[in-house]
Design a protein around this ligand. Structure first.
Ligand code: COA
Length: 219
């Protein structure tokens, strides 16, 4: 575990922090993963996929189970599973690479920096493991996540896109070269970005949520 080495970082205008989930939070993180990836009683994945999403303890045992939590209320807003090189849950990593799976932010907490902060922290923790790269995959039509990965500095690797995606086509594979980016901390990118984010759009978002909006994030 690397959590002792990494200081929680502020991630959004709502003051969330990224940290390792504690064991007593694993059931809640399983539910967060399930909901954050768009599932509900009306939209259940196949049983094997549902078991993977809900079993946060298994993912914690394979590396580092990250959560983004509201700093004021402790509410869990997002999660990502960072898998050690050689993990049985990896499906894209090779040659000592770490893998990131199941990045998910609750729908009502999106576009406030939680996804960016979870990814930035995952990059730094994979670097501490001395992995040569961090890899991940996503749906070929998932433009929101692809934009996030591109902006963080991931490169798409089409030659590794062989696994079928559930809705057709192949999973898009992204790789972040940790050796090439040494000295350029992802959190530095995050800090620069945070400053940019406290501008017009956030003022607009805050006004748009309104104090009584039922889906307004806390604070
Ligand atoms: C992808 C996801 C994790 C992003 O989380 P988030 O907290 O909303 O992301 P952030 O607020 O940190 O956004 C970071 C950047 O990602 C990109 N991005 C995020 N959501 C986007 C969207 N809906 N459309 C376009 N770009 C988007 C933008 O570049 C954004 O920066 P900007 O706000 O300055 O433009 C979130 O939308 C989610 O949970 N989606 C469902 C699950 C999923 O697709 N997981 C990843 C693939 S397995």
């Amino acid at each position: 575990m690397t959590d002792a080495l990494v200081t929680p970082i502020p991630v959004s205008s709502y003051g969330a922090v990224v940290r390792t989930a504690t064991p007593d939070e694993h059931a809640a993180v399983g539910e967060l993963t399930y909901r954050g990836l768009g599932h509900s009683d009306a939209a259940r994945p196949d049983p094997a996929r549902e078991a993977l999403l809900r079993d946060a303890s298994a993912r914690a045992a394979e590396g580092d189970l990250l959560v983004a939590a509201d700093a004021a209320t402790g509410e869990l807003l997002g999660t990502a599973s960072l898998l050690r090189p050689g993990s049985r849950l990896s499906r894209q990593a090779r040659g000592g690479e770490a893998e990131l799976r199941l990045l998910a932010v609750l729908p009502r907490a999106r576009r406030f920096g939680a996804g960016w902060a979870l990814m930035s922290e995952a990059i730094e923790r994979a670097r501490v493991w001395d992995a040569p790269a961090l890899v991940l995959d996503t749906g070929p039509g998932n433009h929101a996540s692809q934009r996030l990965y591109h902006r963080l500095g991931f490169q798409r690797v089409p030659e590794r896109e062989t696994l079928p995606a559930s809705r057709g086509g192949h999973l898009a594979v992204f790789r972040y070269d940790l050796r090439a980016s040494e000295g350029r901390g992802a959190r530095d990118l995050g800090r620069g970005r945070s400053r940019r984010r406290t501008t017009a759009r956030h003022r607009h978002d805050r006004a748009a949520w309104g104090a009584d909006h039922p889906d307004r994030p806390h604070r």
